[in-house]
Design a protein around this ligand. Structure first.
Ligand code: ATP
Ligand code: MG
Length: 332
């Protein structure tokens, strides 16, 4: 049993124009103390997956099938109350654009205090001193706990949301694009801060981002999502250093900073799949240079590769990996 086990998870949204298959048959596990990355382009299903884990899907979204077990307990069957206890106590969530979700008419410290006192029976004074401590942990001046969100910069507001998420020392932190919209220097500081705190609290991390460079720097393992499907999974060293899936290769080329040598960024030509169509063909086939009739016929299974901790979903996994090696290593 891992800390979090996601098995064959399928999540859909019902809309006026039909069913959106946002997450399709995705499985992965996060062990204790592991930093796990979830990467993929916009619309690949990253936030949907996080919201499903947390039971925070919007009303038109539902978990169609699969299970989500946290410490062996299935989260999909929890009552509203039980879920609320798990959220905050065990799993902390830093939502996408969290810094914009702070209440503008309540001081930042009062918002954190409220989060603490909803779950713990502590006096106002105790809660206040805990907020001061949390401000210090995330690198904010504890004398500013009575300041309102608009009195802080974007990076500082993001630190406030991190302080709030950490208030009850969770076992798992789910951070959805925690650095998007912040300038690069602030981004690095925020990531360093999350890692430092997480190390100190001995918690695991599920880091969601479309920037695989950030995952390369901070995570041990990852899943690459595309069109709601897990395309490639495993250790960061395997997946990002030796990608076998054409989609991962394309994603890597569009983020050249983790490549050796000079390479211009190139984005993957084409646009994401229409998620309203019933899943059938490989979700990446329209943009894949290796696509054949087989790829039209079925989406490939995620299969184990010979090296440990590496799985890929591609009908042409061997050919694609070999072509990549040939292209990057002229000696072969
Ligand atoms: P981003 O990087 O832009 O945050 P994401 O990977 O987090 O993208 P999701 O927000 O999970 O992607 O969206 C996955 C798919 O589900 C997209 O096609 C999106 O349009 C669709 N979707 C998300 N929320 C809803 C909703 N409430 N109703 C209908 N479709 C939705
Ligand atoms: Mg998202």
């Amino acid at each position: 049993m891992s800390l979090l086990d996601i098995t064959d998870l399928t999540v859909t949204y019902s809309t006026d124009s039909g069913t959106v298959h946002a997450v399709n048959d995705v499985s992965f596990s996060i062990d204790e103390g592991v930093n796990y990355g979830l990467a993929g382009e916009s619309g690949s299903g990253k936030s949907t997956l996080a919201e499903a884990v947390l039971g925070l899907l919007p009303s038109n979204g539902s978990v169609e099938s699969g299970s989500i077990e946290f410490q062996g307990r299935d989260l999909t069957g929890l009552s509203e109350r039980e879920r609320r206890d798990v959220l905050w106590e065990d799993i902390a969530y830093i939502p996408q654009s969290a810094m914009d979700s702070l209440d503008p008419v309540m001081s930042t410290g009062a918002q954190i205090r409220q989060a603490i006192q909803t779950h713990r029976n502590v006096t106002d004074d105790k809660a206040r001193s805990r907020v001061r401590e949390l401000f210090e942990i995330v690198g904010l001046d504890p004398d500013r706990i009575d300041d309102y969100p608009h009195e802080f910069s974007g990076g500082m507001r993001q630190r406030v949301t991190i302080a709030m998420a950490l208030a009850l020392e969770p076992d798992l932190i789910i951070a959805d694009e925690p650095t998007t919209g912040l300038d690069v220097i602030v981004q690095d500081k925020i990531i360093d801060k999350i890692l430092e705190i997480q190390d100190r609290m001995d918690s695991s991390l599920l880091l969601i981002t479309h920037e695989i460079g950030v995952i390369a720097e901070t995570c041990d393992e990852l899943s690459i999502l595309y069109g709601g499907k897990a395309m490639e999974q495993g250790s960061v060293d395997n997946v990002l250093v030796n990608p076998t899936n054409p989609y991962t290769m394309g994603l890597k080329n569009s983020f050249p900073e983790i490549e050796e040598g000079d390479q211009d960024p190139v984005s993957i030509p084409g646009s994401p799949p229409n998620l309203s169509e019933a899943p059938g063909a490989c979700v990446f086939k329209d943009r894949c240079p290796f696509a054949t009739e087989e790829c039209e016929a079925s989406h490939p299974d995620l299969v184990d590769l010979p090296n440990r901790n590496h799985r890929s979903a591609c009908h042409h996994v061997t050919k694609a990996a070999q072509m990549r090696r040939d292209a990057t290593d002229p000696e072969t």
